[in-house]
Ligand binder design. Structure first.
Ligand SMILES: C[S@@+](CC[C@H](N)C(=O)[O-])C[C@H]1O[C@@H](n2cnc3c(N)ncnc32)[C@H](O)[C@@H]1O
Length: 221
């Protein structure tokens, strides 16, 4: 757990360096974002290095946006279910699950900054999420019906560990849905396509403004 003084400073950084903005593909959800007016990723990198050199939480990633859209449009996937939003970042997918009627939503991430920003984003949207700041990969997972993961296949070791864990969970009967724009390390096999969306993204983090992005269900094998 982060000490209260540091958490206060992080919240202040969120308030001064980002702004609440609707998520492009999911405008019914608002999160604190690095916008054109607050170019957090580049302009404040020196300042951020003291806090969090990679503010993943400041952007709604393509995978998270597609998954959040899908959950809101198909609430039967989450209604009454216990949902883990793995690699929650801003909390976007977990917020969508809560709004779509999940019985319980837990966000998990390894970035300490999430402790500041996820409750802020949940509050903006009138929901609350429990947060687990730990690396759950490879560990047994009890008490969840559905795992959702937005944009986690962007880096090789992380993608491989995540996929192995997802498949193990699927073999145990847990539904695992991933939102993904076809990254380099996205698994090409053993995934069922449920839907795809054209997702507007920030040129601060991507090379093109619109990315086709899939909602994939992880198959057990
Ligand atoms: C590209 S961001 C996606 C964030 C969010 N799901 C979305 O789609 O907007 C990837 C996230 O994975 C998190 N992450 C990296 N390694 C992780 C791990 N072992 N367990 C949980 N989260 C992890 C990062 O901290 C970051 O928040």
């Amino acid at each position: 757990m982060t000490d209260p003084g540091t958490l206060t400073a992080w919240r202040e950084l969120v308030r001064t360096r980002t702004a609440p903005a609707p998520v492009p593909l999911v405008p019914e959800i608002t999160t604190w974002q690095a916008t054109d007016l607050t170019p957090l990723w580049h302009a404040t990198s020196a300042e951020l290095a003291r806090y969090d050199a990679s503010p993943f939480w400041a952007f709604p990633w393509a995978g998270g946006q597609a998954l959040a859209r899908h959950l809101l449009d198909h609430p039967e996937l989450v209604r009454g279910r216990r949902v883990l939003d793995f690699a929650t970042g801003s909390g976007l997918v977990g917020i969508a699950a809560a709004k779509a009627g999940a019985a319980e939503v837990v966000g998990a991430d390894v970035a300490p900054f999430c402790e500041a920003v996820v409750p802020m984003n949940a509050g903006l949207n009138g929901v609350s999420l429990e947060l687990r700041l730990e690396d759950l990969l490879g560990r047994p997972l009890a008490g969840f019906d559905l795992v959702v993961a937005g944009d986690v296949f962007y880096e090789q070791p992380f993608a491989a560990r995540a996929l192995a864990w997802f498949r193990a969970l699927a073999r145990q009967g847990v539904r695992v849905l991933a939102g993904d724009p076809g990254r380099l390390y996205t698994p090409r096999e053993g995934m069922a396509d449920l839907a795809s969306y054209e997702v507007p993204v920030s040129l601060e983090i991507e090379e093109r403004p619109i990315m086709r992005t899939w909602v994939l269900e992880v198959q057990p094998a």
